[in-house]
Design a protein around this ligand. Sequence first.
Ligand SMILES: Cc1cc2nc3c(=O)[nH]c(=O)nc-3n(C[C@H](O)[C@H](O)[C@H](O)COP(=O)(O)OP(=O)(O)OC[C@H]3O[C@@H](n4cnc5c(N)ncnc54)[C@H](O)[C@@H]3O)c2cc1C
Length: 406
Amino acid sequence: MVANTTGGVSFDTDEETELILDSLDEFIEREVEPIVEELGDVYTNPRKGHHENGRWTDEVLEAREEIRRRSAEGGFYAMNLPEDAGGEGVSPVTWYRAKKHLASHGGGLERYALAGPEGPKPLLLQAEGEQVERYLEPTVRAEKSTAFAQTEPGYGSDSPNMETTAEKDGDEWVLNGRKQWITNAPYADFVQLFARTTPQEEAGRYGGITCFIVERDEYELGSYNNAVGAEGSQAEIILDDVRVPDDRVLGEVDEAFYAAMEFLSLGRLELGAEAVGYGEYLLEDATEYVTEREAFGRSIGNFQQVSSKLAQGRAKTYAADAAGLKLAWKMAEGERTVMDSSILKWFATNVLWEVADAAVQVHGANGLAEENPYMDIVHQARILRIVEGTDEIQLNTIAKSMGVTE
Ligand SMILES: Cc1cc2nc3c(=O)[nH]c(=O)nc-3n(C[C@H](O)[C@H](O)[C@H](O)COP(=O)(O)OP(=O)(O)OC[C@H]3O[C@@H](n4cnc5c(N)ncnc54)[C@H](O)[C@@H]3O)c2cc1C
């Protein structure tokens, strides 16, 4: 028997991660909070920060850009990318904790301090030759922003069935089709757009799809897809005989879907971190509120129906965080994480949905007041359960990994 060992498991945070989280806090306080304060509720109130069609106002766009740029200068924005791509090469565990930490500030404009859908993702690391200087490096420095365009009107969960096509014509590709719900499409300098280049009958379901870099002045913007809670961020992309040169292929022709699948776990880790971070923010805030607010002569936290909601939220958020840390650790070890990432995505986002609902409920009418962030986080939770693989798709993946389904 080996006594006093941890059996190889450790939840210690290394000094480097502690240092990064402390500096991130200082950075948010010093560089980001003044911008957030100056903007007031223009960002959080959908009636104020948008034009009629949904587009963010210049004031909001400038604030977002300023935060991203300052964060890149400070070395935070894309710190999870390798050093040779301009990142800091921090481990998935540190990235998970930083994303969670940021979300635990409450999910306002602060979120732009770490690269999200508009920033560089591992898919872009496939950039070669001139693509590196023109697209990858400026995106890592937050001087340019991008988007990931896969979903179409007819195909979301079933995206390999996409109808957008690209046909080779000399040394150019001709793109035709329509994408929708593409985050940052209205503001991106370029999008990473998926199109079928070889029919499914020849290349198989996941083969035959290629990723193209399409610049903003080359695609037409359709309507804004205004989701409640994310107004102004998503829009349609219309491709009508759009010609791009051959050197806009990102990665290998016909292999883009496989490349994207390799990076699915990272996206799910990030969304899980956000869900846990928002949950922690809400629980802390609600705890303060229920210990101060009184009804029937005592603080409302003493009513079992109130305390039970928060205790259950705490227990589930704790478990979701453990699932996030384990996924991040397995990714750092280079292990297979298909099931782990679906577990985190499904569990953490559903826990947040419950916690956000509880936070609204224990605040009474104040929970619904538009100047408070609780309903906004309810909307974020609802969005998180749909994007990057719905609840049902995550459960399908888990069941398949278990061998329950074929
Ligand atoms: C705020 C927001 C941001 C987004 N950003 C982007 C982006 O940047 N880029 C991008 O490409 N897309 C983006 N999307 C699109 C998103 O990825 C899709 O909405 C999502 O994949 C679901 O596709 P769908 O909406 O077509 O729903 P569908 O696929 O039509 O699904 C409808 C319902 O059927 C269920 N269902 C479908 N198939 C199965 C199945 N096999 N088993 C069980 N249930 C099933 C789904 O779970 C869902 O409940 C975004 C969406 C939103 C709301």
